[in-house]
Ligand binder design. Sequence first.
Ligand SMILES: *[C@@H]1O[C@H](CO)[C@@H](O)[C@H](O)[C@H]1NC(C)=O
Ligand SMILES: *[C@@H]1O[C@H](CO)[C@@H](O)[C@H](O)[C@H]1NC(C)=O
Length: 632
Amino acid sequence: MKVGGFIGLASLLGHSVVAHPSAHSADHHHLQTRQNGGVVITTGAPGNVSPRYEIRQLQAQHSQQWSLFILAMQKWQAMDSNNLTSYYQLATIHGQPYQSWNGVGADAGCQDCGGGYCPHDIALFPGWHRAYLALYEQQFVAIAQQIAATYPSNIRQSYIDAAASIRFPYFDWAAIPPSGQDAIPTSITSPQITVTGPGGQTTISNPLYSFKLLTEIGIQYPWSSYNPTLRYPNNEPTNNAQSSETYVIQAFNKNQKSLQSQVYNLLTQCNDFQHFSNDNAGNSRSCSNSLEGIHNTVHSISGGYNVYDGNQYGGHMAWINVASFDPLFWLHHMNVDRIFSMWQTIHASYGASQYPQESTWTYSSKTLQTADSPLKPFRKDANTFWTTNTVKNWASTFKYTYPEFVDSKGDAAAIKSYANKLYGPSASATAGSSKRTTAPNPGSPNAATASAPASSGLLTYSNGSTVEYVANLHLPRYQLDGSWSVVLFKGTPVSENPAQWIFDPNYISTVGVPAMAGMKKNKALVSSSISFTKTLTDAFHDGKLANMHVNNVAPYLRDNLHWRIHGPNGNVDPASLKGFQIGVFSTSSFLQATDQLPQWSQYLPLIEATQGKPGGADLLSTIFNLEKLFSL
Ligand SMILES: *[C@@H]1O[C@H](CO)[C@@H](O)[C@H](O)[C@H]1NC(C)=O
Ligand SMILES: *[C@@H]1O[C@H](CO)[C@@H](O)[C@H](O)[C@H]1NC(C)=O
């Protein structure tokens, strides 16, 4: 009742993004502590270090853990919303309904604190989410263990053993999907799922497909009406809207190649933590994209837009403040953390200091954040919080790891070879195939490569370097008063209805910009990047491009490259969006050995690809902004 009263207050304040919890946090702390008999410490999973498997690997190779995973999600989602460790409560930490969790209120004296706890556009991004996932995983494992103990006695012990090493899976959206499968597994996109429960085989509503909020108190419109969680809603929020699975599947299929290149470039080119970690780190010689930037696009293509008129509100994943209610959030972020751990193993740089672009529930935009700043609300013990520095060693700290680290020596050379074979231009391994027994040796292409278009010769210079063309974008993240996307096309889209774009024959890919309404005073200009490799090889195979030489590619992109901006209130003229800019560059990578990083060449601008187009870089802006805008 008292907690409900607090939530009611939060909902009143919640209509504006900036709420001021400080006056109420002490009272709230008291209530939470009393109701739950103590505070929750983030410890991570119990037991020995065990791998978080790729979701397809978990389903195919660990059937008992798979059933426990699905049944634990079902049980957890049904748990009382007021319970501090319910699925609902853990999801509220990220954003709405903007309430204190575990008694952690704003810093004393914080004048501008508001929104959720999650840090974005700042170097705290990877570490904060690592602690968040550790808390999430510890609750998940506890429930899986409870379920294991309910199996019939003749098989119970094997389920108890399976639960002892269970970890939450990740969804690798960047690697090539297993042969013949869509880029997003059906276990995420099917409304129903069949597993082996304590009573035998059972078909249930799939807890990875959606989450039904048992209370919507304090959740703002339209998400108060979009319940269960949705992806590409097919109707007005006031009606019975449903997810549009064909759109989600299409979006992941169409963006996988671009995400693959982005992850490769991130792992092999970004060598300082600041630029690697977040989309608001300014210019860098080697890194114009970031872990956060890539992660943003996955959010946008997961939640999408509404399908009935192509604009207004899309699904939960596309909005920072409600994304974590969708079960896909957790599968996605486990992969983000895995990329973080791979990057850490390859590069020495760790931790950075940065002023926040915006305040959160617990820190002010005026306070410098460092690798020793508390990652609130995740308690290391009763009196301290985890920090970027203390979450550094994921395995020893939180008792999880990833298959790449247990199926190899797990050192820098081994992880570099995984980066090359999973994400490189001649990647041969498929998502979840890290096992020595199922993955090819580095450099020996498997069947997937043999049946792929014979384009590797096309993409290789005579000196052995691989050609790459990219678009780098600068995005005024909060200026459209909500989430938005840039959609790139090879030719003009057939229709100006954004709902149709991912099915357009000329669609290339999407750059997602998840945001919230009411943040226009935040002037963040964030960076992102996409690759044209697949577009250009397709153009070659269609006879539209003679070869990959810049003398052919520049005029091809001049004649064919178009982009559209799709905002929360309809389409936006890119020329009218202050700060938006897109520029195209060529580069190349040379791989000396499969367990080394490639050597990248300079980025050279292709001015004619964008000059004269709305928001496109031209000669002047390229000359004046080369350093500043395009991270050369
Ligand atoms: C919250 O749920 C956990 C796990 O089911 C349970 O042990 C605990 O007693 C619950 N707390 C409250 C206050 O209901
Ligand atoms: C290979 O040739 C290309 C095209 O001339 C050049 O841009 C690149 O830097 C060269 N790579 C190496 C490793 O020399």
